[in-house]
Design a protein. Structure first.
Length: 370
């Protein structure tokens, strides 16, 4: 047994018992092999060469990630929602010497203030109402691995103070406990807010900011690295082809051109959602311009109006009226010119829609008023 035997059998043995022991042994071996395989696949998926990027700015970011992967220093990842902050944090972990230990994540904005301390540090049985048993916090679960705190700007000052204590002393107490716990955890944080502004308003501790911002990583929005878009589109097409049993080969030229013009306020997450939606709904090999959402089709007109305003050719009021006219006409077209349905699509009342149609000179005779 000390040399690694799975089990032992005494004589005389029962055939059914022996079969059961052998079956369990083979099952555990298969499970271990599967875990090894999945860990290897995870390592490959977060290898720097396999993460989708082409832009020079993302290449520079991955150079930094590679340099700090084995470090114990904290990292603060900043960027808009949907830019891939968690992806970067996982890349740091799975390229570090901690990769065989847990990678634990927690979205600080998704957990109520009354529960966040228990989630992070755990609690003892009876620490508060409904604490019917001891619970390990995320810091303990992440021992020898990495803890990723997303949206750290949402934490209260009290919770910030406890995180600061951990960073300085490498210890904490469970809620309702007196025993001091020590763990080895590498902390990575992320935010889509300007922490310097929160500090000025008194909503974020300056001393904590300096402790988590040892290695700052700023991820640019997708609109500032559009050369990555074609690669990301191909990646998501392959992904959702498999999930939807489709054989979509790509977007046609006109659709790609519009997607390259779009500002992508939701960043990579918005692009992924778009590709998933159109692949689920299409029956063609190449996705056509007509299959894109309404917001994309108005991009050339919107951009043209913007340039005309900035060049002084058109007044801001005229551009605003033209934009409203185009949006209302498109909404009416999509709803078979049923005015009440068009108002619902636009998120306004039918009375306001009528007022705007009168103001913009849209012919109501062609519009059904029901």
């Amino acid at each position: 047994m000390k040399l690694g035997a799975y089990h032992y059998v005494t004589k005389p043995f029962d055939n059914e018992e022996l079969r059961l022991i052998i079956s369990r042994s083979l099952s555990e071996k298969a499970l271990k092999q599967e875990l090894i395989f999945r860990r290897e696949e995870m390592d490959k998926s977060f290898d720097f060469e396999n993460i989708i990027h082409k832009s020079s700015v993302m290449k520079d970011i991955f150079k930094v990630v590679k340099q700090i992967a084995d470090s114990k220093s904290t990292a603060l990842i900043m960027g808009e929602s949907g830019t891939g902050k968690e992806l970067i944090s996982r890349a740091i972990h799975y390229n570090s010497n901690r990769k065989n230990y847990p990678f634990v994540t927690i979205n600080c904005a998704a957990i109520p203030e009354t529960l966040i301390e228990s989630e992070l540090f755990g609690h003892e049985k009876g620490a508060f109402t409904n604490a019917i048993e001891k619970k390990l916090g995320r810091f303990e679960v992440a021992h020898q691995g990495t803890l990723f705190l997303d949206e750290i700007g949402e934490l209260s000052l009290a919770t910030q103070a406890k995180i600061l204590r951990f960073l300085e002393e490498k210890e904490f107490n469970r809620v309702g406990g007196s025993k001091t716990m020590k763990v080895d955890v590498r902390l990575i944080t992320a935010t889509n807010k300007d922490l310097n502004q929160l500090i000025k308003k008194g909503n974020f501790r300056e001393d904590l900011y300096y402790r988590i911002n040892v290695v700052p990583i700023v991820i640019p929005p997708l609109r500032d690295r559009k050369e990555d878009i074609p690669l990301l589109i191909d990646h998501f097409i392959n992904k959702f082809n498999v999930e939807n049993n489709k054989n979509v080969k790509g977007f046609n030229k006109e659709a790609i051109e519009l997607m390259m013009q779009y500002e992508w306020p939701g960043n990579v997450r918005e692009l992924e959602n778009l590709v998933e939606r159109v692949i689920a709904l299409t029956s063609a090999e190449y996705i056509q311009l007509s299959e894109l959402p309404l917001s994309f089709k108005n991009i050339p007109k919107i951009n043209g109006l913007k340039e005309s305003v900035l060049d002084g050719k058109v007044s801001f009021i005229q551009a605003e009226e033209e934009f409203e006219r185009e949006v209302i006409l498109d909404a009416l077209k999509r709803t078979n010119h049923i005015q009440s349905h068009a108002a619902e699509v636009l998120g306004i009342s039918r009375r306001i829609l009528k007022y705007k149609m009168d103001k913009l000179g849209i012919n109501q005779n062609k519009v059904k008023d029901y």
